[in-house]
Ligand binder design. Sequence first.
Ligand code: PLP
Length: 378
Amino acid sequence: MKITTQAVQIGLEWDTRTGSVSVPIYQTATFRHPGLGQSTGFDYTRSGNPTRQTLEDGIARLDGGVRGFAYSTGMAAITGLLMLFNAGDHFVVTEDLYGGTCRLFDKVFNQFGLTFTYVDTTDLAAVEAAIRPETRALFVETLTNPLLKFADLPALAGLAKSRGLLLIADNTFLTPYLLRPLDQGADITVYSATKYLAGHNDTLGGLVVAKDPALAERIYFYQNSVGAVLAPQDSWLIIRGMKTLGVRLDRHQENALKIATWLNSHPRITTVHYPGLEEHPDHELMKQQSGGFGAMIAFEVDNHALVEQVLLKTELISFAESLGGVETLMTFPEVQTHADIPPELRARLGINNVLLRLSVGIEDADDLIEDLRQALEG
Ligand SMILES: *Cc1c(COP(=O)(O)O)cnc(C)c1O
């Protein structure tokens, strides 16, 4: 069955008593025991809740894994995964990383003895060179932010396997609709469901999927022990968002290609980073391995003064953080989303004072282009 169909089907089978098409929101903290030492399968909502489980089963199916886990945010999901490791363990990580993940690694988990080396994970030799005897995992973003570099997962998985490392893929920007990392050799996928999976800029959530049952058991132990689980209402919102994942992403991508092409020909724009453009360095690889190029665009304007003008003059496009929702959002990574990346690394990555990032929504592309035109030329 295709992902689009599977996504629409999530939760349909849940309520056999009434036949409710939409999964009920089980807004309860606890569940009555049918007898001494007996359980309905649900005892307490931190340990398991039917609405959350519907979401967890749904993402596991979409990703082709054995089990899914839902957390209160994407950061809580990544935190849950780091619980699998011990003081002294080392990670090789994508350098062009989401700023919040970088902060969690360097400013929180460093305190507990985990260490992280940042490399360009599109460069296999660089990844291999960074592996140490105490390395336990590779943590990669399948499509990076803001410069949209694409990771060669089959190659990274081969390397991880040969060195006995776990491969963890943050697949937030592509979602299982465009890429299924577990099929390509990753052990674990993680998502900020806040973004494309929920898709409406109205709730937060984090999801994890594991491929191996023993690993899934360990992840469950920490999910339940730490307790940063997703509440029933938010689980329902994410299920509802996921039902339209396919149609939304088709439209997001169609718009993104039109806008990237238009930006590319505008005299005030010096560089456009969008993997759907043929000149993007990862265009060919992505064409082979991914079902699409996503809908995030980064672009550089010809001088810094234009940054503020564009951010403040756009009317349809909101100057706001986050991404992956139906509304088009624009941000200035150097000061907003990537402020927690050390300045030297930012400079090396090309996150500079003329770079803007666009999360292309599902509005009419011509309206979005007109909005950008009047802001750039106004
Ligand atoms: C937003 C984001 C996160 C963090 O998710 P939250 O839901 O905001 O906690 C992690 N990884 C990537 C790639 C993101 O874009």
